[in-house]
Design a protein around this ligand. Structure first.
Ligand code: FDA
Length: 308
């Protein structure tokens, strides 16, 4: 129930104003967000690089409703890529794009505008040796995102995308992409979805996630297993072995500030570990989804409020 309320709040402008006004919010946000500026994001990437961890960086923003906003996000990515290159951190790094931040839901020609912006970011990324992954938003955007990803891959084959195991359609989507060789990030799914589209019980999502790992490992795709669930990490490692995948043939991904113990252990064990590093001032939706995922995070937020 708490998780549903937080997911609803992540889309409410009233709740947004209330949360943003709490003076201690920033302190809690800092656990999950690597700052508001490009130099802060680059510093976080350098720090992770020093620990043997790769990054995928997200310029925070979603559900952008005007063209100028979508262009500003695109420009944010272009500036970020330039600075990553200057800091000698671009090669092997990745950026994560939300198509809704690039204009996908604009009332006129939204998908075309988002595709153009994504093309521009992919071109800049390729020029500096960086790759791009398209984040997946709620289930209503999946068809459009897969279509745009398909178009981008024709020009930039290293472009990856995300599939969410809570969605009932995902096993079919993996089957359809199995021969494509695409980079596929598998997640459990962070959005509150209707029962017609998604499994509602954690046990069913976990079962689907394990079975999707098996299908991905058996495919020609490059699996990016994005989870903090130790059982799923172990499942992925054995599935990789079964399918003869070496340490360079798949990777683990986790979120900035979440289960840093598991991140360090993965590096120690010689796995390719990548951390999703979000930055920017539009952190509200991202932050609320992190609270919704785990009641303990709400308690952490509550304690910070009490001790302010
Ligand atoms: P699960 O939720 O079962 O958690 C397992 C354990 O992980 C918990 O017991 C806890 O220890 C830890 N944990 C999980 N979430 C935590 C949190 N917020 N704070 C503290 N501890 C936490 N989703 C989506 O819909 N579209 C997308 O594009 C992406 N992209 C993405 C990229 C990357 C790199 C990751 C790691 C995740 C995403 N997600 C996402 C989010 C994903 O769908 C999912 O909501 C979270 O990863 C949490 O699910 P877990 O697999 O970690 O398992």
């Amino acid at each position: 129930m708490l998780s549903s309320a937080l997911n609803r709040a992540s889309r409410s402008s009233g709740a947004r104003r209330a949360v943003e006004r709490f003076p201690v919010t920033r302190k809690v946000v800092d656990r999950f967000v690597a700052g508001e500026t490009i130099p802060q994001a680059v510093a976080a990437a350098a720090d992770l690089d020093g620990r043997g961890v790769r990054v995928t960086i997200d310029v925070l923003g979603e559900d952008v409703t005007d063209l100028a906003g979508a262009q500003a996000i695109r420009d944010g990515y272009l500036a970020l890529l330039f600075e990553l290159h200057e800091a000698d951190l671009a090669i092997g790094s990745d950026v994560s794009l939300k198509l809704s931040a690039l204009g996908q839901s604009l009332p006129v020609s939204g998908p075309e505008i988002a595709t153009l912006h994504a093309h521009q970011v992919c071109a800049a990324a390729e020029a500096v040796g960086c790759t791009v992954t398209l984040d997946m938003e709620d289930h209503t955007t999946v068809d459009s995102t897969l279509l745009i990803d398909n178009e981008l891959r024709a020009d930039y084959p290293a472009t990856g995308n995300v599939l969410q195991s809570n969605l009932r359609r995902t096993s079919d989507d993996i089957a359809a992409l199995a021969g494509s060789g695409a980079g596929l990030r598998l997640v459990k799914g962070a959005h509150k979805e209707p029962a017609a589209a998604a499994y509602q019980r954690k046990v069913d999502v976990d079962e689907a996630y394990a079975s999707d790992i098996d299908a991905l490992m058996a495919s020609c795709c490059y699996p990016m297993i994005a989870t903090h669930d130790p059982q799923m990490v172990a499942h992925a490692s054995s599935a990789a072995q079964v399918h003869g995948r070496g340490s360079a043939d798949w990777e683990l991904q986790m979120l900035y500030g979440v289960r840093t113990d598991l991140q360090a252990r993965a590096v120690q064990e010689g796995r390719l570990m990548r951390v999703y590093v979000p930055f920017g001032d539009d952190w509200y939706g991202y932050f609320m989804r992190r609270l919704a995922e785990r009641p303990a995070n709400v308690a952490f937020f509550g304690r910070a409020l009490l001790h302010r």
